[in-house]
Design a protein around this ligand. Structure first.
Ligand SMILES: Nc1ncnc2c1ncn2[C@@H]1O[C@H](COP(=O)(O)OP(=O)(O)OP(=O)(O)O)[C@@H](O)[C@H]1O
Ligand SMILES: [Mg+2]
Length: 367
């Protein structure tokens, strides 16, 4: 029994701590593994904590939040905190903070790239799929993980409607359009609305990394759900990511969210490879006139301001949309079209962006 006579127990303290969010994220500090030890004795609460971050404000902010929460608990006379802040090292060996182990999956894959966005519906999945195929067509072995556990849509976009085989206790990813593909969408009945709590999300994500026979890959591309939540954090903990590509539309609101995405990846010490502006303009197939439906140039301007590379623009194109809806990605079915050419060019930029150099000294972009 770790408490005292007034009902103040270690369990009650942990419950309070679970209400405190890691700064900038929706995940709490307990499930993130920040809290290492809690003891309660004679109405004095002692909490030992540890974080791995390059942000000087994170440790003090957590301490402040923890102190305030515990002081407000009935029966608490004193609060003693210790906070161990470790710098994420130059090689970006993001550690699993919960266990103190190294990021542990797909260690032999040298390029692990997250395709992400702050706002939903900007075209992440479209970009992730077409880019993955474009990179594969350049002779690389590519795996694509749909990590959108809330609404996986790569099965539809890639035109696969089947259950994966299990071999040697591992799920076999689908070999489709020259890539290996896995999604939670293959494992769940269609149209199941998924409502997950944080720890379950982390478990689902871990299974997609651990229990899938990804094999030997040159590139591992991860299609992220929108925003900066549990999936992003779990992946940053479980994989030693090489970098993140942020997809945005030219609209102000999407751009503001893109900035949040950049900042989040900075926080978990993952370099931002660059920003892609999707749905950038529309060229009328009938009259050839260009219209900037969602504005234009915002992505490039914002990348300059943030000091991250601008990778390029993808126009709004009906073939892209049809390709997505019918499971026939444009890069695969019409590789010689100008629009497929845009994806090949982006793939080329990413391949040559230096994501391969995963050693110390890889440039880290600061906002
Ligand atoms: N450049 C484009 N031109 C035309 N349609 C596009 C383009 N990019 C994406 N789309 C379409 O926009 C819709 C949303 O795209 P997509 O699902 O890739 O976005 P997302 O960011 O992954 O969304 P979510 O946040 O829901 O995961 C899809 O119907 C897709 O076919
Ligand atoms: Mg998506």
């Amino acid at each position: 029994m770790s408490g005292n006579g007034n009902g103040l127990t270690k369990e009650r303290v942990l419950e309070e701590l679970k209400k405190i969010k890691y700064p900038g994220f929706s995940r709490d500090i307990v499930s993130f593994g920040v809290v290492k030890e809690v003891t309660v004795q004679n109405s004095v609460v002692v909490v030992n904590m540890s974080v791995i971050t390059n942000d000087d404000t994170t440790g003090p902010q957590i301490e402040k939040d923890v102190r305030a929460a515990l002081k407000a608990m009935p029966g608490v006379k004193d609060v003693k905190l210790s906070m161990n802040v470790q710098q994420a090292n130059a090689a970006r060996n993001i550690k699993s903070q919960g266990t103190g182990e190294r990021a542990k999956y797909l260690e032999n894959v040298s390029n692990k790239i997250a395709i992400t966005s702050g706002k939903g519906g900007v075209g992440k999945s479209t970009v992730a799929l077409n880019l993955a195929i474009a990179i594969a067509k350049q002779g690389k072995k590519v795996g694509l993980l749909d990590s959108d556990v809330y609404g996986p849509n790569l099965p539809m976009m890639a035109g696969v409607n089947a259950k994966p085989e299990v071999k040697d206790e591992k799920l076999v990813p689908f070999d489709v359009h020259h890539i290996k593909l896995m999604s939670l969408g293959f494992l769940l009945p269609e149209d199941t609305p998924l409502i997950w709590r944080g720890p379950l999300v982390a478990k689902a994500v871990e299974q997609l990394l651990r229990d899938v026979a990804w094999g030997d890959l040159d590139y591992f591309i991860i299609d992220m759900p929108p925003g900066t939540g549990d999936v992003q954090l779990s992946i940053a903990q479980l994989l030693d990511l090489s970098g993140a590509v942020i997809v945005t539309t030219p609209q102000d609101v999407a751009l503001a969210d893109a900035v949040k995405g950049v900042v989040m990846y900075q926080k978990v010490n993952v370099p931002v490879i660059g920003i892609i502006e999707n749905m950038s303009n529309f060229v009328c197939p009938h009259c050839g006139r260009r219209t900037d439906i969602f504005g234009h140039g915002g992505g490039e301007k914002e990348s300059k301001r943030l000091g991250v590379p601008f990778l390029g623009e993808i126009p709004l194109d009906v073939e892209i949309r049809i390709g997505g809806d019918t499971g026939r990605p444009i890069v695969e079915v019409n590789p010689d079209s100008p629009i497929a050419g845009v994806f090949f060019k982006l793939a080329d930029r990413i391949i040559h962006s230096g994501v391969k150099e995963k050693t110390a000294g890889t440039p880290h972009v600061h906002v």
